[in-house]
Design a binder for this molecule. Sequence first.
Ligand SMILES: Cc1ncc(COP(=O)(O)O)c(C=O)c1O
Length: 401
Amino acid sequence: MIQTKAFCYFDHNATTPVCKEVLEALPELAQAWGNPSSIHWGGRQPKNILRDARKAVADAVGASTLEIVFTSGGSEANNTVIKGLFDYYQTAQFLTPEQRRRTHYMCSAVEHPAVIKAMEHLKSLGARVDFIPVNRRGEIDMAFYESHLSEETALVSVMFANNETGTLFPIKQMAEIAHKKGALFHTDAVQAFGKVPVNLHELGVDFASFSGHKFYSVKGSGFLYSRKGSNFSSLINGGGQERHRRGGTENTLGIGALGVVAKRVALIPEKAEQMAKLRDHMEARILSEIEEVTITAGESPRLSNTSSLVLKGVDGETMLMSLDIKGYAVSTGAACSSGNPEPSPVLLAMGLTREEAQNSLRVSIGWETTLEQVNAFVEALKVVVARLRSLQNDEGDSCHV
Ligand SMILES: Cc1ncc(COP(=O)(O)O)c(C=O)c1O
C-alpha cells in the first residue's frame, strides 16, 4: 500500500499559501506588461492596476490612497521608515531646531531583524538607540518606555504583533505617549495583516509596514503606510514612482495581487475566530496529552493563530526535522534564522533560558487549516516527543555504564 504523507502546513507566520483569488487574477495581471509610467497606451492598464490596488489596500487598513507607498515587502517598508527618517532629519532643509535635535530612536527588544538591524545601523551612524525590554509574558516595559522617551526622540517602532509568540502590543496607547513628546510612531504590522482587523487612522500611528506574502498573496510585495504630512527620505533613489517616495518600476503583478487580498479583509473577524477555536483546541490537547509543555505568553493577548511551545528536554530543531519527515511544517522561531543553531533572540529577550528557547517550537495555523489536520498534528507531535525523550533517556542511561 502506498503511504501518503500528510503535508500539513503549520507555519503561516513564515509565509502563507497563495489564495485561489490571487491565483485566478495572476494571468490577467501578467498580461498588463506595460510600464505604468508610460504615457502611451501601454501604460494605461498597469496604471489602472496600481490605482485600484492602492484604493483596495488603503480601504483595507483604514488609510487614504495618498498614504500608501508600495514596496517589495515588510523588510523594505521597515528599513525605509527607520533609515529614511534618520536621513531626513540629517539632511532636509527647512527643519526646525527642535526637529534637528531629534537623534534618539527606540524599538522593542523583540522586533523582527528588519527593525533591529536597521536600528543598529543608525547607531553606527551616531544615533542613540534604546531597545525597550519585554517580560516573560511578552508585555512591554512601559515604565522603561516612558522614562527613556524624550524631546530628542525622533521615532519609536513597536510591532503590532510578534511573529514568534503572536503577542499583541498596546500600539494605540504607545503612539499617544510618543506623540506627547513630539516623536513619531511606526508599527511593523506584517503579522497583523490578515489576522486581526487594522484601522490605521483609528490607531493614530505615523507609519506602518505590511507584507503581501503573510496574507495569502505573492512574495516580493508589500506597502508602507505613511500618514499624511509625515516625511522621510527615499530608501531607493530612482525615478519619481510612488510620488518620489520609492524609486523603481512598480511590481504590478505583486501590487495587483495585494489589491485582490485586500478585498478579503472583511473575512478577518470570522477567520480569526475560526483559527482561535482550532488553536485553543490544539493547545488544550497538547497540554493535557504531553507532559512538561508550556506555552510562551499563553496568558497574554496574542494572535489567534500562533502557539509558541516549550517542550522540556526536546531540541526544537530535531522536533522540526522529525515532524517534517512526517509531512508537518512547523518552525523553531523566525524562518530567516533556520539553520542557525543559536536560540531565538526574541525568546531570549523575553527571559526564557537558552535551554527553554532551544526546546521551543512555533506552530502557526491559517485560514485553510482544518480540525482534522490539527488533531493529526497533535498525534504526530505526541509520537515525536515521546520518541525523542526516550532516546534521550537511553543516551542518559548509557552515559552511566
Ligand atoms: C514581523 C515581521 N516583520 C517583517 C517581516 C519581513 O517581511 P518580508 O518578508 O515581506 O520582507 C516579517 C517576516 O517574517 C515579519 O514577521
